[in-house]
Design a protein around this ligand. Structure first.
Ligand code: FES
Length: 190
């Protein structure tokens, strides 16, 4: 199934699929057989792919459409109707900006705009290097800390525009330190 879909793509579409995405698609194809191939299982299948892989790759939607025997338009329709689905791979540092009522009142939308500007992506997108992804979420249950943001699995409280810069800088510094550490270990071992 996947092979046929890949064969039907033009060159630029094929080039746009990187190794990581290809691996996800291969896994999705092998997981599909654990579901009955019936249209009524469309939603549970999409939920499974989202939960297992963190997003719905575009071609996975085609795989699902073929598997359950419905038009691709219907799969898109369902996937875009529910906001639990993402269409871009999550970044290594997923950033979730709370826009629940308490956070919204305290300027959560301005915080989201600041992240968008700082990272050069819009909400729902992932940076080209897959380092960061950005999304808005509903109340995360820490309203007393509003406006709140979740970075990876850490909650950042009382976020201000200058704190946005601090959050990104901290991640960049940590990344640089890890890279240096790795280089040091490689030199020591070899
Ligand atoms: S509204 Fe943001 S934590 Fe509740």
């Amino acid at each position: 199934m996947l092979e046929q879909i890949l064969a039907s793509l033009d060159e630029s579409e094929r080039e746009a699929i990187d190794e990581e995405e290809l691996q996800v698609l291969e896994r999705v194809e092998s997981e599909l057989v654990t579901f009955p191939s019936e249209p009524s299982h469309l939603l549970p299948i999409l939920q499974h792919i989202q939960a297992r892989h963190g997003y719905l790759p575009k071609l996975a939607l085609r795989l699902v459409a073929d598997y359950v025997g419905v038009a691709i338009g219907k799969v898109y329709g369902i996937a875009t109707f529910y906001n639990q689905f993402r269409f871009n791979p999550p970044g290594r540092n997923p950033i979730k900006v709370c826009l629940g009522t308490a956070c919204h009142v305290k300027g959560g939308d301005i915080i989201l705009e600041n992240f968008e500007r700082r990272l050069g992506i819009r909400e729902g997108e992932t940076t080209a290097d897959r380092e960061y992804s950005l999304e808005r979420v509903a109340c995360i249950g820490c309203c007393a800390l509003a406006p709140a943001v979740v970075v990876g699995d850490k909650v950042e409280a009382y976020v201000t525009p200058s704190k946005v810069e601090g959050i990104i800088t901290e991640i960049e510094v940590r990344k640089e330190m890890a890279a240096r550490e790795q280089k040091k270990n490689e030199t020591a071992n070899g």
